[in-house]
Write a new protein. Structure first.
Length: 237
C-alpha cells in the first residue's frame, strides 16, 4: 500500500505540470507582487484542486458511481472557458493599466521592487509609491483550482475505480494525489515567479512583455482545451 500511495504522490506532482494548470497559475501569478505571493497562489490553487477531488471523488467512490462522459466533457469545457477568461483578464489589465516598476523603501529600511499600474495617459506620480501590501486570501486561485479539480476528477476516478478494491483506500489515494498536486504546484509557482522577478529587475518593458506572453499563452491553451472537447469536435465535424 505504501508504494501505491507514493505513486499517487508522485503522480499528483506530475499532474500539476499539465499545460492547462501551468497556464492558469501563470496568469494568476501576474497579480502577485513577489515569489512568496506567487507560491501562495499556487498552493491555494492546489488546495482548491484537492478539495473538489476529495469531495467529488470520495462521494463517487463510496457510492461506487462514475462521472458520465457528458458531464466530464462539460467540465473540461468549463476549464477551457475559464482559461479564456483568465488570459483575457491579463491582457485587459495590461491595456487599461500599464505596469511601472520602481525601487520602494519601507520605514523599517526594507527595500524591494514595487509594481503599480496607471493608465498610459496618466503621469507618473510619486505619491503612488505609498502603498499597502495586500495579504488577503487568494480566493480567485482557490476557485480556479476547484474548477480544475472537478474536471480532473473523472479521469482520476476511472483509474482509482479500476485498480483499487477498497473505497476508503481510494479516498486515501485521492488525498495523497491532492497533496502531491499542492507540492508540485508550489514548486511550479516558484519557477514561474523567478522569471517575473528577473524581468522586473531588468526593465519594465520586459515585465510587460512577459505578461503579454502569459496572457496570450493562456488564451491559446484555453482554445486548445475547448477544441478537444467532444461537443466542439462534433460542431466542427
Amino acid at each position: 500500500m505504501t508504494s501505491l500511495l507514493l505513486l499517487g504522490l508522485l503522480l499528483g506532482m506530475r499532474h500539476a505540470l499539465e499545460a492547462d494548470h501551468l497556464a492558469a497559475v501563470a496568469s494568476l501569478a501576474t497579480r502577485s507582487k513577489g515569489v512568496r505571493g506567487t507560491v501562495l497562489q499556487g498552493v491555494v490553487w492546489g488546495l482548491g484542486h484537492s478539495i473538489t477531488l476529495l469531495v467529488v471523488g470520495g462521494v463517487c467512490l463510496l457510492l461506487r458511481a462514475a462521472i458520465s462522459a457528458r458531464l466530464a466533457a462539460a467540465l473540461e469545457g468549463a476549464v477551457g472557458v475559464m482559461l479564456l477568461l483568465l488570459g483575457a483578464d491579463v491582457l485587459l489589465r495590461m491595456r487599461r493599466r500599464r505596469v511601472h516598476l520602481h525601487v520602494h523603501r519601507h520605514p523599517d529600511g526594507t527595500v524591494h521592487l514595487h509594481a503599480h499600474r496607471h493608465a498610459p495617459e496618466e503621469a507618473h506620480d510619486a505619491g503612488r509609491h505609498q502603498h499597502v501590501h495586500l495579504r488577503g486570501f487568494p480566493l480567485r486561485a482557490l476557485c480556479v483550482g476547484m474548477v480544475h479539480g472537478m474536471a480532473g476528477s473523472a479521469a482520476l476516478l476511472l483509474v482509482t475505480l479500476t485498480t483499487l478494491s477498497s473505497a476508503w483506500l481510494g479516498v486515501l489515494y485521492i488525498a495523497v494525489f491532492g497533496a502531491g498536486s499542492i507540492a508540485g504546484m508550489a514548486l511550479l509557482s516558484a519557477a514561474i515567479a523567478l522569471p517575473l522577478q528577473g524581468a522586473a529587475r531588468s526593465l519594465t518593458r520586459w515585465y510587460n512583455g512577459l505578461e503579454a506572453v502569459i496572457g496570450g499563452g493562456t488564451l491559446l491553451v484555453g482554445v486548445w482545451v475547448l477544441y478537444q472537447t467532444p461537443w466542439v469536435q462534433g460542431l466542427l465535424g
